[in-house]
Design a protein around this ligand. Structure first.
Ligand code: DGY
Length: 320
């Protein structure tokens, strides 16, 4: 019997591609060419499943145009704000994501951004590379210590809780804002806030870890930034859409936000040009889940989802 066709939109880790080729008639992308929605529709001809990535927009029109053979879309990401979920559900297409396996890697990047921003690592690296460094000086590149400070986590899901766990190694007092209070065993001593006002006032460091999408679009705007303690550190390893870039850039210029660290951008890979000239922001290219271990695990979980759907089962990582 012919193997089902699986379209894989981007190059994946070798072990993941090997499993896809072993189990399916896998249409790979060895050149790693970015795919548009129209490309995906065309390449999915006859496919039973698609492995897609967060850099691709599968909007309602794209989902509607997919061939009727497609039964499952497995996104190589935990975030699924790039997929028109309701349209997929209406067409009977299961959508799966990769929760859990990337929480530690993504939290590491959030913590890296906190330290790099607060301790001016980007500026320091640029100084050394420029050949202009004159040697140690008592007042050179003075940052702000994060140990013992208050950390506010917006979005206390799996990744937010990992950030909290890591922050405890720095004796940080953890505060969080979410739709509802967590069960006490998940809170691990973190302090819940039921209003933005009380939450933001506690954030010496603010880490954004909530999902993207319309509900959180530009959550960090000028009004909320004004509620932070002056000189706060802000990091975003979640989705660029959470931040009103103009407001954050103005706050970095005025000193209301002392330092920022960003791994994700609204409209990425475009980055608001206002960030590029600022020294007090550290900019990474969406590295959250980019470890060998995690990317393998994400790929295997995506394939587990496809295996289950094509075998007539509902996978635990199904969103629709
Ligand atoms: C995700 O999984 O949503 C991440 O953004 C990919 O690193």
């Amino acid at each position: 019997m012919a193997k089902p066709i699986v379209l894989v939109t981007r190059r994946l880790p070798a072990a993941v591609e090997a499993r896809a080729v072993r189990d399916y008639d896998a249409r790979l992308n060895p050149e790693d060419v970015p795919r548009s929605g129209a490309d995906i529709v065309r390449l999915a001809e006859g496919a039973a499943a698609i492995v897609c990535c967060p850099a691709e927009r599968l909007d309602a029109a794209t989902i509607m145009a997919l061939p009727g053979t497609v039964r499952v879309i497995a996104t190589f990401s935990v975030g699924y704000d790039h997929i028109a979920i309701e349209t997929a559900a209406a067409r009977g297409i299961v959508v799966c994501n990769t929760p859990g396996v990337l929480s530690v890697a993504t939290a590491e990047i959030a913590v890296l951004l906190i330290l790099a921003a607060a301790r001016r690592a980007g500026e320091g690296e640029r100084l050394v590379r420029s050949g202009q460094w004159q040697g140690w000086a008592p007042t050179q590149l003075i940052g702000t210590e994060v140990s013992g400070k208050r950390l506010g986590i917006f979005g206390m899901g799996r990744i937010g809780r990992e950030v909290a766990r890591m922050a405890r190694a720095f004796d940080m007092e953890v505060h969080y804002r979410d739709q509802a209070r967590l069960p006490i065993e998940l809170e691990q001593g973190a302090i819940f806030h039921d209003s933005d006002e009380s939450f933001l006032a506690q954030c010496d460091v603010l880490s954004l870890n909530a999902p993207g999408g319309e509900a959180t679009r530009h959550w960090l705007n000028a009004e909320r930034i004004a509620l932070l303690p002056r000189g706060a550190v802000v990091v975003n390893a979640a989705r660029g859409t959470l931040v009103d870039d103009r407001a954050l850039i103005a706050a970095l210029q005025s000193g209301q936000v002392g330092f920022a660290g960003l791994d994700v951008y609204d409209g990425e890979p475009k980055v608001h040009p206002g960030y590029l000239g600022l020294q007090n922001v550290v900019l990474l290219p969406h590295l959250g889940s980019a470890t060998a271990e995690t990317r393998d695990a994400m790929g295997f979980l995506a394939l587990d989802g496809i295996d289950a759907v094509l075998a007539g089962r509902t996978p635990p990582n199904a969103i629709t």
